[in-house]
Write a protein that binds this ligand. Structure first.
Ligand code: NBP
Length: 480
């Protein structure tokens, strides 16, 4: 082993340990530190012969690194607002007196992008460099190759590029990492990635819900998902859903999925995405429906009580299986396109507002491997933005337009059937509602403007007068 390590990592929980093994496997010497020293000792003991340096103190850790020091923090991030302080801040404060000008701190946790911006400015004032990097792919991604979304100054990216590119997942030989943009851009894009992930997961769950109502067994559903995974719906989430449906409980012999309580958890990135969309006046109705579906699912007691009081039809889906599978496929594919169109619209809007210079096509390309939303169709998104970097909405790209036009009849029929049968499909229907609103030359907002002018003299524009001219009507008095 050489005297000094190329890379240092603080926080040896599941993500940290796997990332360290990944970095080391690419030929780098790595120093590690964990608050609870026994964790470090056990980790080092478990991996004899590897180029790892286990430090018992932060001083020892910092001194073991070559300059400029490259230190990745992988500790629990809980600060949901930029003024809050969490473990990442605690570690940064402990590091500051030990570091020298130009050293680099990387926060690879799921930090809120505004918190990243606060840390970036704080550390820059101290002559230190900071990268807020979103890392996706969970435990397996961290070990074998995640998708990495680093922000920060381009000059810092250049220093980190060799390590990041060697540890990232590769698709067609291309590493799933690019410099996303300055400041909090990396963590921002990771946040929207997670929002899109919520959408993808909910859409798959709605497909499952319809299949269940139609009486398909979990094995039949698994076979459908496995088949879809060979086609244009190919994705990691479809693949693991198929595998999950196949899994049997050793104790009861029943499908494990049917034994799992229908109460979804969430850690907050979906909610952050909704808040940001509201702040930027961007519609992300599919992701919104997905977050709300998790919230409603968690209200199990209330739902159980309501199920005996609020009436609805008993679902009876009598469509031939092949026809049903095709309709669900088309509804899922079309809704997924809408969800990505919305998520990318939000990234575009925010990128322009912050002047981040984001490249949507390249961002989609680094989601092709390593991360949870990895999917074949991301290639098509990259192509869409390569063909037209100014694309106003993904749905208008010729390829996606073709898919949507082709799928829309089945999509409508599936959503209508589900609604008539009382099967909740909030994400399928929100996606279709967006599609129909977006393609409407005329919406009923004329009446809405009349209402606003009626009660608040808010004025309106007219269809028969130039845009920008505002009118007010003397509405009749209302006698109640
Ligand atoms: P956790 O989020 O469970 O964090 C545990 C680590 O944080 C341990 O090493 C713990 O040290 C350390 N830590 C805590 Br807690 N408070 C600390 C403090 N005040 N000072 C120093 N260290 C402290 O680990 P994880 O699941 O590996 O995730 C790490 C980050 O990566 C998180 O931000 C997470 O959101 C993100 N992420 C996780 C996944 C995933 O699939 N798990 C995927 C993508 C991103 P200790 O051993 O002394 O308690």
């Amino acid at each position: 082993m050489s005297n000094k390590s190329d890379f240092g990592l603080i926080g040896l929980a599941v993500m940290g340990q796997n990332l360290v093994l990944n970095v080391e496997s690419r030929g780098f010497q790595v120093s590690v530190f964990n608050r609870t020293v026994s964790v470090t000792e056990e980790f080092i003991a478990k991996h004899p012969g590897k180029k790892l340096v286990g430090a018992k103190t932060l001083e020892e850790f910092v001194q073991s690194l070559s300059r400029p020091r490259k230190i990745q923090i992988m500790v629990k991030s809980t600060a949901v607002r930029d003024h809050e302080r969490d473990a990442v801040d605690a570690v940064i404060e402990q590091l500051i007196p030990l570091l020298e000008e130009g050293d680099i701190i990387i926060d690879g946790g799921n930090s809120f992008y505004q918190t990243t911006e606060r840390r970036d400015a704080y550390l820059a004032a101290k002559g230190l460099r900071f990268i807020g990097a979103g890392v996706s792919g969970g435990e397996e991604g961290a070990r074998k190759g995640p998708s990495i979304m680093p922000g920060g100054p381009p000059s810092t990216w250049e220093v980190m590029k060799p390590i990041f590119e060697s540890i990232a997942a590769k698709v067609d030989g291309e590493p799933c990492v690019i410099h996303i943009g300055p400041g909090g851009a990396g963590h921002y894009v990771k946040m929207i990635h997670n929002g899109i992930e919520y959408g993808d997961m909910q859409l798959i769950c709605e497909a499952y819900s319809i299949f269940k109502a139609a009486g398909l067994s979990t094995d039949e559903m698994a076979a459908v998902f496995n088949e879809w995974n060979q086609g244009d719906l190919q994705s990691y989430l479809i693949q693991i859903s198929g595998k999950a449906l196949e899994q049997r409980d050793p104790e009861t012999g029943k499908p494990v999925v049917e034994l799992i309580m229908d109460k979804a958890g969430q850690k907050g990135t979906g909610q952050w995405t909704l808040l940001n969309a509201a702040e930027n006046a961007v519609v992300i109705s599919t992701i919104n429906a997905a977050v709300e579906a998790r919230i409603l699912s968690s209200q199990k007691k209330q739902r159980v009580a309501a199920s005996t009081q609020l009436q609805g039809p008993k679902a009876q889906l009598s469509l031939p299986k092949a026809e049903l599978v095709q309709k669900v496929h088309d509804a899922l594919y079309a809704s997924k396109i809408v969800s990505y169109a919305q998520g990318l619209d939000l990234i575009k809007t925010m990128g322009e507002k912050k002047n981040w210079g984001l490249d949507l096509g390249r961002i989609a390309a680094i989601w092709r491997g390593g991360c949870i939303i990895r999917a074949r169709f991301l290639n098509r998104i990259t192509e869409a933005y390569r063909n037209n970097p100014q694309l106003a909405n993904l749905m208008l790209d010729p390829f996606f337009k073709g898919v949507l036009n082709g799928a829309q009849q089945n999509w409508r029929e599936l959503v209508s059937t589900a609604m008539l049968q009382g099967i909740a499909v909030p994400a399928f229907s929100a996606s279709l509602g967006y599609y129909d609103s977006y393609r409407s030359e005329r919406l009923p907002a004329n009446l809405l403007q009349a209402q606003r002018d009626f009660f608040g003299a808010h004025t309106y524009e007219r269809t028969d007068k130039p845009e920008g001219e505002f009118f007010h009507t003397q509405w009749p008095e209302v006698i109640e």
